[in-house]
Design a protein around this ligand. Structure first.
Ligand SMILES: [Cu+2]
Length: 128
């Protein structure tokens, strides 16, 4: 009887700890994506990225201006316009930061740079 009670109590305790640990909010991260590779290639670097809801992606103007960030494909319900910025960045170091909200639909978000889309300046961000 006591043994059973002990087991029961340890299960409850384990459940409480698991819940408490799960409830601790994970701090949002900020990722940097360079616009234009250091070696002079028209690319976003990195051109694939895994993030979580709530994270921010900071696009930094690097080489071969001008660049911008236009999201054109995402999971159902994604607000692609809210993530995009058609404003062109020219000066190295200029930034455009976009935050993926906590309630953002999970999936793959594809984006491109308007002036260099034809040159292959396309990339994606996976929210998981
Ligand atoms: Cu560009």
């Amino acid at each position: 009887m006591l043994k059973k009670l002990g087991l029961f109590l340890s299960i409850i305790l384990f459940a409480c700890i698991t819940f408490a640990v799960g409830a601790i909010p994970v701090a949002a991260e900020t990722y940097t994506v360079k616009m234009g590779a250091d070696n002079g290639v028209l690319k976003f670097v990195p051109d694939t990225l895994q993030i979580k809801p709530g994270d921010t992606v900071n696009f930094v103007m690097n080489k071969l201006a001008p660049h911008n960030v236009v999201f054109n494909k995402g999971p159902d319900g994604a607000n692609l316009a809210a993530l995009s910025s058609s404003k062109l960045l020219f000066a190295p170091g200029q930034t455009y930061a976009t935050t993926f909200p906590q309630d953002v639909p999970l999936g793959i978000y594809q984006y491109y740079c308007q002036p260099h889309r034809g040159a292959g300046m396309v990339a994606s961000i996976t929210v998981e």
